[in-house]
Design a protein around this ligand. Structure first.
Ligand code: SF4
Length: 230
């Protein structure tokens, strides 16, 4: 079992190549043409960041991965120097590297197997979207869900993602409270798996360990019939 810092370091090393330098993803196909002003606070924050970090993506970050995926990984929001920099969900910072490592380790990263989304597509101040912003972005999350016919596992990272996914499937968060490892049937075919977010803070304070995260990723992998060697 890897320690958090080792895991993040190893993952970062795997992903480091010249194209990952700041600014290389500013024209990601998800794109800068992809804009939205439904959240005034976040639109203002994007504008401020565009001046502060002109080479960053600084726009709504689109979901990534196949519509026909069996696993839907749902996080909170782009990290300032992760997805907000690269334009790709879960890519470019330490927690994104850890997610990508866990996806690869469990076989979920195999092409076509996983779709990656955030419940809020724009970077929020201090990584904290407010409820109105989560509600405003909910239609995008709903539209980004993989096809019912192929979806088997939804891995929600964090309490807010857990609640947003429940609402997306017409389930009540009051009936299904958040608990790491809890599972909820969302449909005849798909199951929600709740997980603490893999943020550096959560790992540093011991709220969640890499082993805890490995366990929930392995559960999701099992739901699509894969493991480390598949
Ligand atoms: S968070 Fe979502 S709804 Fe709000 S401005 Fe960004 S894309 Fe639009």
């Amino acid at each position: 079992m890897l320690e958090a810092t080792d895991c993040m370091r190893r993952s970062a090393a795997v992903e480091t190549h010249p194209d990952q330098q700041i600014g290389k993803y500013a024209s990601h196909p998800g794109g800068k043409t992809n804009t939205c002003d439904r959240c005034p606070r976040l639109a203002t924050f994007r504008a401020v960041n565009s001046k502060r970090y002109p080479t960053f993506h600084n726009a709504p970050v689109s979901s990534e991965g196949a519509r026909s995926a069996g696993v839907w990984l749902v996080g909170l929001a782009p990290g300032m120097k992760g997805a907000n920099r690269t334009g790709r969900p879960f890519f470019g910072d330490a927690s994104g590297s850890l997610v990508r490592h866990l996806l690869a380790q469990t076989g979920i990263a195999y092409p076509g197997r996983c779709r990656l989304s955030n419940i809020v597509r724009c970077v929020p101040p201090e990584n904290r979207p407010i409820p109105a912003e989560i509600a405003a972005c909910a239609p995008f999350l709903a539209a980004d869900c993989p096809d019912d016919s192929t979806l088997r596992a939804v891995l929600a990272l964090g309490r807010e993602a857990h609640m947003a996914v429940l609402r997306r499937f017409g389930k009540s968060p009051a009936v299904h409270p958040f608990r790491h490892g809890a599972m909820v049937d969302l449909s005849d075919n798909a199951t929600l798996i709740a997980s603490y977010h893999c943020s550096r803070r959560n790992l540093n304070i011991g709220r969640v360990t890499v082993a805890d995260l490995e366990a929930v990723f392995a559960t999701a992998a099992g739901m699509v019939g894969c493991g480390p060697r598949c």
